[in-house]
Structure formats: structure tokens, C-alpha cells
Design a protein around this ligand. Structure first.
Ligand code: BGC
Length: 480
């Protein structure tokens, strides 16, 4: 007997409802892998702690993934820093050249002038000589602009990549990270490469005093205002932290007195496989398509350069399974790097109506339905929540280590923070703070946003370096 019209209709509605329910369940299942429990986060904290010890230990350092690199910065600023300094900032979203005028005394002031320069992708992935020639060309332009070509200014070089330092003014590049991959630089002293570039140009001279990681610059900038700041964090294009460690624990440097800032290079956490149980197929896909496969695995789960890529890989998979974009993978979705931090931030903003989310996707060339936009937003928030949480778990490990170093039941500490993800994203900082609080309950952690941390910090460190140099010269003269 043929089914009546209404029975057929009811059957179709039920079938569609089943399909939708099944689809919702499958999407939820996919995203569930990104939702970490407190126990899992505590495990991340614990593993970070193990890797920290490996990086600091004499016998374990060479094979350690979290390198814990000494920076030769032995104290935070004391307010007596003074003078005019040039600073370079390479490795974040932009390349900048800055003139920083620091004045000590009763009314301490820091005045800054800077210019931003683009680094074309061919230069980021060309030869080392081309990169340094480009940098020197930008410095030359800046000095012309400021009318300062003849002054031989002391310079601090914020170089935001892992460097082995044997002194304040020498740094051997361990490996490139983020979008950089210039030839002939890894294993070389980047200060020497800069000096050689300046010599090739034969237009001006500079006195390179310090090479500085951006985390260290950020910590120093915040410490200038707030002396309890002893930790620096970057949550931006890349991810990393530094903190003041006891000299007695840094077995790779002679001496047991006082403290030294250690550039953790925590982005490489997980490179020995210790985070594999929480990495998803999408994390693996992002890694496989990157310039540095197998490296910086933690960074690839929690920094701005990669979050959009994780999102894109999930969206591709959901589309292939027919849950999104009517099952069609557009050219846009195939394009690497389309979801920059600023887009994720916009999509996740609570102030946006779904219609506006659709408009953003449209701008990117993604034709979405209302349902699509709900799913995309959910994917973005799941990925960025996990990022903030694992970053918080790492930080909880760091502050608890500082507390234990000092034999305290309770620690008050300030973390200086910079980075586009932290600053622009509508939820990252809140979830990150919450996680640190939950996972390190014996620490009262205050977060200070660094204004222009990298440039100012490099200048402050250069000032301290110049002072140290003068003291050493005086001592040598007295002995002679
Ligand atoms: C680099 C670090 C840097 C961080 C943030 C990472 O990729 O290895 O040296 O501090 O990015 O810029």
C-alpha cells in the first residue's frame, strides 16, 4: 500500500532530524579531543616541570627539548639606567627599528621613536646575507629619518628565536622558528652576522651590546615599572617564556651566586613525544605542513601562527565529511595561513551577531550558511580555549618552580606579557589566567601587559650592559 503523503513527510522529517542529530554528535566527538580535563592539564604542568629540570641539568641539557637557555641578564632594572639606545626587534609580527631615550633620576622617563618595516617572505626564507642586508638597509633608512647617521649608538638586538648565549653580546642561533628559514644562519652568531652586514654597507657604525629574546625584553620592561616582575611571557605569533632562575640550578653556567634570567624556549616542549597523547590528527597535519616538521610542537598547539591552521584543518575535515559548506572545499579553505589571529579574534568576539560572523567568512571567500557559521565559531573557540589552557598549564609549572626554589608556601609574583594572541583575542587571556590560578593555587600571579616590551626591554638591557662594561673597564684600570 503506498504511504500517505503525511506519513512520508513525517518519515522524511524524522530522517533529517536523525541525520542532523548524528552530524551534531560527530562534530561534538571531533571537538571533544580538544577539551582537556583538569587532570590532563595537571599532567601537562608536571611534564613541563620535568622538561625544565632536563634543560637546566648539566648531563641532560644537550638532549633536552626545553632548552632553558642562559641569557646573561643577571638582574632586573634598578631605575639608574640612562642614555640613548638603538633597538632592533626581529621575530614578531613586524620588524622594527627604534630609538629609545632613557632618563634616570627622580622623574624617570622613556621616550621612543620607531619605524616598522616589512620583511618580505622571500627575505624571510632567502639567504642569511639577504636578511641581514635588508635589516641594515632598514637601520640606515631609520638613521636618515632621525638624522643620526654619525652617532655611534649602543644597540640592543631583540632577536626572538632560540640562541645559545655565552655572553650578553653573542648569540648562536639554534634553529629558526615561526615563518623564518634563512640559509647559513643556524649555528652562527647573529650579532656577528649583523656586524658583518653593517660593515658591508660602509655607511654607519653601531656598537652591538646585547642580543635579547623578546620574552626577556618583556620581563625587563615590566620590571622597570613593577619590581616583582620576574617572569616574561609571549603569546603571539610564537609562544615562549623566561624567568629569573637561581644560578645554583643553572648547571650549564659557572657560579652559584644570585640569579639569571633563563629563556625557556618552551615552544619546543613536546618535541620528544611527551605531549603525543593530547595531540590530535589536526595538530599532526599542521606540523607536517610546516617549515619545521617535528619541531615546536607545543608552540604549534598554542600560538597565533598556528591556531588558524588547526582551525582550517578541522574545517577541511568537517567539510569532507559533508557537515560544512555543503561539502565543497573552496580554494580559500585550501590556502595556508588564511585564519590569522585577528580573524579568529573577530569570529570569537561575543559582540558579533552570527550574521557578522558570516560576513567575516565571506570576506575570506568562504560562502557559509547560518549553521556553518555556528559550527565555525564553535571550532575556533574550542581550539583557542585549549591553547589558553595548555599555555596556562605551562605557566603554572613555572611559577610553582619559582615558589619551590625559594622554599615558600605562598608566592606573589608578576608576569610581564606581550603578544598579539594575548592582546587581541577576546577570551585567551581570561582562560589563561583562570588556568594558572587553578593549577598553581599556592601562587598569587599578577599579569602585567607590557607596552612595547621588546624595544624598550632591549634598550634597558643594553643600558645595563653598558654599565657593566664601564665597571669592568674601571676595575681593569685600577688593577693595572
Ligand atoms: C621563538 C622564541 C620566541 C617566541 C615568541 C618562538 O618561536 O623560538 O625565541 O620568544 O617564538 O616570539
Amino acid at each position: 500500500m503506498p504511504a500517505s503523503g503525511s506519513a512520508k513527510g513525517a518519515a522524511m522529517v524524522t530522517a533529517v532530524a536523525y541525520r542532523l542529530a548524528d552530524q551534531t554528535r560527530q562534530i561534538a566527538q571531533t571537538l571533544a579531543e580538544f577539551r582537556l580535563s583538569k587532570a590532563q592539564l595537571l599532567e601537562v604542568k608536571k611534564r613541563m616541570r620535568t622538561e625544565i629540570e632536563n634543560g637546566l641539568g648539566k648531563n641532560t641539557h644537550d638532549s633536552a627539548t626545553v632548552k632553558m637557555l642562559p641569557t646573561y641578564v643577571r638582574s632586573t632594572p634598578d631605575g639608574t639606567e640612562n642614555g640613548d639606545f638603538l633597538a632592533l626587534d626581529l621575530g614578531g609580527t613586524n620588524f622594527r627599528v627604534l630609538l629609545v631615550k632613557i632618563r634616570s633620576g627622580k622623574r624617570r622617563t622613556v621616550e621612543m621613536h620607531n619605524k616598522i618595516y616589512a620583511i618580505p617572505i622571500e627575505v624571510m626564507q632567502g639567504t642569511g646575507e639577504e636578511l641581514f642586508d635588508h635589516i641594515v638597509h632598514c637601520i640606515s633608512d631609520f638613521l636618515d629619518y632621525m638624522g643620526m647617521k654619525s652617532a655611534r649608538l649602543p644597540l640592543g638586538f631583540t632577536f626572538s628565536f632560540p640562541c645559545h648565549q655565552k655572553s650578553l653580546d653573542a648569540g648562536i642561533l639554534v634553529n629558526w622558528t615561526k615563518g623564518f628559514k634563512c640559509t647559513d644562519c643556524e649555528g652562527e652568531d647573529v650579532v656577528e652576522l649583523l656586524r658583518e652586514g653593517i660593515k658591508r654597507k660602509e655607511e654607519f657604525d653601531l656598537d652591538v651590546v646585547a642580543v635579547v629574546n623578546d620574552t626577556v625584553g618583556t620581563m625587563m620592561t615590566c620590571a622597570y615599572e613593577e619590581p616583582t616582575c620576574e617572569v616574561g611571557l609571549i603569546a603571539g605569533t610564537g609562544s615562549n617564556a623566561c624567568y629569573m632562575e637561581e644560578m645554583r640550578n643553572i648547571e650549564t653556567v659557572e657560579g652559584n651566586e644570585g640569579r639569571m634570567c633563563v629563556n625557556m624556549e618552551w615552544g619546543a616542549f613536546g618535541d620528544n613525544g611527551c605531549l603525543d597523547d593530547i595531540r590530535t590528527q589536526y595538530d599532526r597535519a599542521v606540523d607536517e605542513n610546516s617549515l619545521n616538521e617535528g619541531k615546536q610542537r607545543y608552540e604549534k598547539m598554542c600560538s597565533g601562527m598556528y591556531l588558524g591552521e588547526i582551525v582550517r584543518n578541522i574545517l577541511i575535515d568537517l567539510t569532507k565529511r559533508g557537515f560544512l559548506f555543503r561539502g565543497k572545499i573552496s580554494e580559500t579553505l585550501k590556502t595556508r595561513g588564511i585564519f590569522e589571529t585577528k580573524f579568529l579574534s573577530q569570529i570569537e568576539s561575543d559582540r558579533l551577531a552570527l550574521l557578522q560572523v558570516r560576513a567575516i567568512l565571506q570576506q575570506l571567500g568562504l560562502d557559509s550558511t547560518c549553521d556553518d557559521s555556528i559550527i565555525v565559531k564553535e571550532v575556533c573557540s574550542t581550539v583557542s580555549r585549549r591553547a589558553a589552557q595548555i599555555c596556562g598549564a605551562g605557566m603554572a609549572g613555572v611559577v610553582d618552580k619559582i615558589r619551590e626554589n625559594r622554599g615558600l608556601d605562598h608566592l606573589d609574583v608578576t608576569v610581564g606579557v606581550d603578544g598579539t594572541l594575548y592582546k587581541l583575542h577576546p577570551h585567551f587571556s581570561r582562560i589563561f589566567h583562570q588556568t594558572v590560578k587553578e593549577l598553581a593555587p599556592k601562587c598569587n600571579v599578577n599579569f602585567l601587559l607590557s607596552e612595547d616590551g621588546s624595544g624598550k626591554g632591549a634598550a634597558l638591557i643594553t643600558a645595563v650592559g653598558c654599565r657593566q662594561r664601564a665597571q669592568e673597564a674601571q676595575q681593569a684600570a685600577q688593577q693595572a
